[in-house]
Design a protein around this ligand. Structure first.
Ligand SMILES: Cc1ncc(COP(=O)(O)O)c(C=O)c1O
Length: 396
């Protein structure tokens, strides 16, 4: 394992995974692990989902990739399905490969039509590996720190009563890029009151609402999209990860209003894998599987089992500081020291016992984002193991 470059800060703990099926990973000796992270939160309908595999084989045998001068009906068909799912009928989609690309595309569109130069986002949001939203130059981005908003005692809309609110330069802001929940791996959900107030104020001056659904989309939070928990209607939506179930496809969807404001203006963005029929076919089938197999309802139900179980362990052990959960997106903040040694030991021991969970380097947070197809029995077995591991590691 010396000849490829791994993610910075992340421990490569299992080097011998040779096969995967639904929520299970198998090493070359046949040992099974329960994947409660679904890769990097991608395998929404389970590793090797038979319906997705079939579509990949069939579409690849027909046509997987197109050129600058020709396309295939599956791309238009998937675009229509995505727009209908998002309530953005009359808009347009572009299919790309990664979440970073989908966010960047949406930001470039918004920047090209916005009336004001500055865009707003939250300090703890993550948008991808490159691009304007990731770099966040001060002349392009105003970043709002909402850390104190969660405990705010004011009622009604956010307004001038609040010093944090007064510091937002709304008169310069042309758009708001909202990430409804992942927060750089910490899993934090900004308060509905704050988000609705920001959206209303930005909209008053014809500002745009962009939503990054790369992590929170396609059922992860117990709704099709994370923004639906906030009662807001975006102009631009970036979707990635779960929409490909592990295949690299992403979507940037634009509303009819955005398309009209764009008019004949061209978006200066082109890459080789753009609107590939294979990616579009996968995205369409993922949506169909989730809808037909009622996986969102399943995410709500199993999210309740997981969230309640974790909360009970928190109360019983006193070793968990906070359980942050929405659907099957869960962050578990442990009680730990500045070195995070308890979190690191707990993470390693859970994996040793056969439960793959996520750990973001440098913080006390473990992360669970299982496939929507996860079995209840695996969640229950994990809860038993977690309590045991927490108690065991506390004494070390
Ligand atoms: C919230 C969020 N947005 C965007 C991205 C970028 O997606 P990708 O890694 O597919 O480029 C990520 C990746 O983890 C993410 O968590």
């Amino acid at each position: 394992m010396n000849h490829f470059i791994w993610y910075p800060g992340h421990e490569l703990l299992l080097k011998d995974i040779v096969r995967a099926e639904n929520c299970y990973l198998y090493d070359s000796t046949g040992r099974r692990y329960v994947d409660l992270e679904s890769g990097v939160w991608c395998t929404s309908t389970g590793h090797g989902n038979p319906r997705i595999l079939r579509v990949i084989a069939e579409q690849a045998a027909q046509i997987s990739h197109t050129g600058f001068g020709y396309s295939s009906p599956v791309v238009e068909d998937t675009a229509l399905e995505m727009l209908s799912l998002l309530g953005l009928e009359g808009g347009k989609c572009v299919f790309l490969c990664s979440g970073s690309e989908a966010v960047e595309y949406g930001v470039r569109v918004a920047q090209s039509i916005a009336d004001r130069p500055l865009f707003m986002t939250m300090t703890d949001s993550y948008f991808g590996a490159y691009g304007s939203a990731s770099l966040r130059r001060e002349d392009e981005w105003f970043c709002f720190d909402w850390a104190e908003c969660a405990a705010c005692s004011l009622t009604g809309e956010c307004d001038e009563r609040c010093a944090h609110w007064r510091a937002i330069p709304f008169e310069e802001i042309g758009g708001f890029l909202f990430e409804p929940g992942s927060s750089s791996g910490l899993v934090r959900f900004p308060p509905e009151r704050l988000i609705r107030s920001i959206v209303r104020t930005v909209r008053k001056s014809k500002g745009l609402l962009l939503v990054n659904e790369v992590t929170t989309g396609v059922g992860r939070t117990g709704a099709w999209f994370g923004y639906q928990h906030y009662g807001i209607s975006p102009d631009i939506v970036a979707i990635g990860k779960g929409i490909g179930n592990g295949y690299p496809v992403s979507v940037s969807a634009l509303s009819r209003v955005v398309v009209e404001r764009l008019g004949s203006r061209e978006i200066k963005y082109a890459q080789s894998h753009q609107n590939d029929p294979l990616g579009a076919a996968v995205a369409r089938e993922v949506v169909r599987v989730i809808r037909e197999e009622k996986l969102i309802e399943r995410a709500v139900e199993l999210g309740r089992v997981l969230g309640t179980g974790l909360e009970e362990i928190r109360v019983r052990t006193g070793l968990i500081k906070d359980v942050r959960a929405r659907g099957l997106m869960v962050g578990l903040e442990l009680v730990d020291d500045a070195e995070h040694s308890f979190t690191i030991r707990t993470h390693r021991e859970l994996i040793r016992r056969g439960f793959v969970v996520g750990r973001r380097p440098g913080v006390n947070v473990l992360r669970l984002d299982p496939s929507l197809t996860v079995e209840r029995g695996d969640i229950e077995a994990f809860l038993v193991a977690l309590e045991d591991v927490l108690r065991e590691q506390e004494t070390k």
